[in-house]
Write a protein that binds this ligand. Structure first.
Ligand SMILES: Cc1cc2nc3c(=O)[nH]c(=O)nc-3n(C[C@H](O)[C@H](O)[C@H](O)COP(=O)(O)O)c2cc1C
Length: 259
C-alpha cells in the first residue's frame, strides 16, 4: 500500500489509537490497587499528623496501630460496633439515601448538602484513658470541598492538631490552610467555653492574645476571607449537635473535663 493514501493514513491512525488505549487502560487497571494502597497510607499519615503521632521514617501502618477506628451514629453520639470500621466509606455512605440525611437548608453552613448518618472517629488510648479523639470534618471553601482531621485531647475540647488533607483552594491564598504555621496556632485552643457552648472562631485578621477569648480564636487567612469563612463554618457544623456534638458531650460526661 502506498504511503500517501487516505486508506493507509486512516489504518495507521486507528491502529495507533487502539494500541494507545490498550496501554492506558492496562496501566489504569494495574495501578489501581497501588493507588488505593497509597491513598489509604496517605490518610493514615494525615490522621497521625493531626494526632501528633507521626514520626518521619517510621512505618505508617506500624504507627497507626496506636489508633483505634470506631463508627459513631451522629444522631445519638453512640458507637455503632455493628459496622466494620476498617471498611466503612463515609463518602460512599453520604451518597446513599438509606445511609445519609439531607441537611436542612438552615443547618447547611458547611455547604455539603448531605452527610452520612454515621462517621468514623479515630481514638488513641493510653493505659485505659482516652488521650486523643480525631474527627474527620469537611465543608466548602471558595473553590473546593475541604477535608480535614481535627484532633482533640481526651477532654473533648482542647485542640491537639488540625490538618487539611484534601482541598483545592488557591495556593498562597486559601491554600494556606495547609501552611504548617497556620495549623500550629490551633494547638491548645479550646472549642467550647466553660458552659460547653461552641466558642471556636476564626477571625478576619489576627487574634489579640491579650484577650481572654483568644483561647477560642484563630487568625484568618490573609487575602482569603472566603476560605476562612468556609473553615469557620465547617468547624461549627461538625462540632455542633448536627455533627459530632452529641458524641463529644457523651465523651466528656464519661469522665472528660473542661480544663
Ligand atoms: C485568582 C484568584 C484566586 C483566589 N483564591 C482565593 C481563595 O482560594 N480563597 C479565598 O478566600 N479567596 C480567594 N481569592 C480572593 C477572593 O476573590 C476574595 O477577594 C477574597 O476572599 C477576599 O478576602 P480578603 O477580604 O481577605 O481580601 C482569589 C482571587 C483571585 C483573583
Amino acid at each position: 500500500m502506498a504511503n500517501d493514501t487516505i486508506k493507509k493514513t486512516l489504518t495507521v491512525a486507528v491502529l495507533l489509537c487502539i494500541v494507545c488505549s490498550v496501554l492506558v487502560s492496562t496501566a489504569a487497571v494495574k495501578l489501581k490497587p497501588l493507588q488505593e494502597k497509597n491513598k489509604a497510607l496517605s490518610t493514615k499519615k494525615n490522621i497521625l499528623q493531626a494526632a501528633g503521632l507521626m514520626e518521619e521514617g517510621k512505618n505508617i501502618d506500624q504507627l497507626f496501630k496506636k489508633i483505634q477506628v470506631k463508627i459513631v451514629d451522629l444522631a445519638s453520639g453512640e458507637f455503632d460496633d455493628s459496622i466494620d470500621a476498617a471498611k466503612y466509606d463515609q463518602k460512599a455512605a453520604a451518597k446513599d439515601p438509606a445511609r445519609s440525611i439531607q441537611i436542612p437548608a438552615d443547618q447547611n453552613i458547611a455547604k455539603i448538602g448531605r452527610r452520612a448518618k454515621k462517621a468514623p472517629v479515630f481514638l488513641v488510648q493510653e493505659e485505659g484513658k482516652l488521650k486523643t479523639i480525631i474527627l474527620p470534618i469537611h465543608g466548602k471553601g471558595l473553590w473546593s470541598t475541604m477535608y480535614a482531621f481535627l484532633a482533640l485531647e481526651g477532654d473533648a475540647n482542647t485542640v491537639k492538631g488540625f490538618t487539611f488533607y484534601d482541598q483545592g483552594e488557591t495556593p498562597g491564598l486559601g491554600g494556606e490552610v495547609d501552611n504548617p504555621l497556620w495549623k500550629k496556632q490551633w494547638v491548645g485552643k479550646k472549642i467550647f467555653d466553660k458552659d460547653w457552648n461552641l466558642a471556636v472562631e476564626i477571625l478576619k485578621g489576627r487574634v489579640n492574645l491579650q484577650k481572654p477569648e483568644a483561647i477560642h480564636q484563630a487568625d484568618g487567612l490573609s487575602g482569603a476571607t472566603l476560605t476562612t469563612v468556609g473553615v469557620n463554618n465547617l468547624m461549627h457544623y461538625w462540632l455542633s449537635d448536627n455533627g459530632f456534638g452529641k458524641f463529644l458531650s457523651r465523651i466528656r460526661n464519661q469522665g472528660g473535663g473542661n480544663g
